[in-house]
Design a protein around this ligand. Structure first.
Ligand SMILES: N[C@@H](CCC(=O)N[C@@H](CS)C(=O)NCC(=O)O)C(=O)O
Length: 278
């Protein structure tokens, strides 16, 4: 039987979860074939990829004639099929929580809370990303192969197009203001999670899964790395987490610093974030 195929992309937050897991679980490089789907070019919107994962998201894993189409499914497959019977603490309900839309780490990159932040998004990476996605959606939606994904394309073109029109200053004032409002709420929710929820659940040392990272930790590590990155952090090493203070407006909770420090000593973390946080 052919090896499983992991559809992945270096800068993707959620694809980092199975990337961390593969290393922690002792997979060899040739156990899994990797296929890069460039999200920055909207390659995930190609009908051929939607035929595998109708949501068009990464990570996606094809294994044993089945497609695993969410981060949680992909990662639990990898945990269940680890080489040499490496075992880690199994995932808990925490995985569902960290994937709730209110904590979506991807929205942070696109969000804008006021005009100045909007100008910065509209003249930087976010604009290129949103524009490329809209172009790719329009291109693929025109092809005959896209017919069975019509609803997907219509929804995505409308959602992404709304953000594009805000960036291009073409959206009505009320649409722009409600985007500012939802961006503020989103950041406030993420900050409250870091300041109030995480200190309650993080251990005094080590990981949620014990002395070694468990399944929950793979998800939390990638999430936290992304939030720190959006707050302006690049450095994955020991003190890198402190970049989040620009957003928190207060010291990083000790539990979060300790947790980050534990990850920063792992080979998996050092490899996945070798070129900096993302
Ligand atoms: N809830 C999904 C979210 C996955 C997700 O949003 N992945 C991002 C990359 S980090 C993606 O593929 N986005 C593409 C898109 O939304 O167009 C999961 O956990 O698998």
């Amino acid at each position: 039987m052919s090896n499983p195929i992991l559809h992945t992309f270096g800068p993707s937050v959620w694809a980092a979860v199975p990337e961390l897991a593969l290393i922690e679980l002792g997979y060899d490089q040739d156990d899994i074939e990797k296929k890069v789907v460039n999200l920055g070019e909207g390659e995930n919107f190609a009908p051929a990829f939607l035929n595998i994962n109708p949501q068009g998201t990464l990570p996606t894993l094809e294994a044993g004639g089945k497609a695993y189409t969410s981060t949680a499914e992909v990662t639990s497959y990898l945990v269940a099929h680890a080489r040499n019977r490496v075992t880690v603490a199994p995932g808990t309900d925490f995985i569902n929580i960290i994937h709730e839309e209110q904590y979506d780490p991807n929205f942070l990159i696109l969000s804008a809370r006021h005009d100045e932040e909007l100008r910065s998004r509209a003249s930087g990476f976010a604009m290129t990303f949103v524009q490329n996605r809209q172009n790719a959606l329009a291109k693929h939606a025109r092809t005959s192969q896209s017919a069975e994904h019509r609803e997907f394309y219509d929804t995505k073109i409308a959602e992404n197009g709304k953000i594009l029109s805000i960036y291009q200053s073409k959206a009505p004032e009320n649409v722009k203001n409600s985007f500012f409002e939802s961006s503020r709420t989103h950041w406030d929710t993420v900050k409250a999670f870091i300041l109030e929820e995480l200190p309650e659940i993080l251990p005094e040392s080590g990981f949620l899964g014990g002395d070694e990272p468990g399944e929950d930790d793979f998800h939390l590590a990638a999430w936290l790395a992304r939030v720190v990155f959006v707050a302006g952090g690049e450095d994955a090493s020991k003190d890198g987490v402190r970049a989040i203070e620009k957003e928190l407006g207060k010291p990083t909770p000790d539990e979060v610093v300790t947790y980050w420090t534990a990850w920063s000593g792992r080979k998996s973390w050092q490899e996945v974030y070798a070129k900096g946080l993302h």
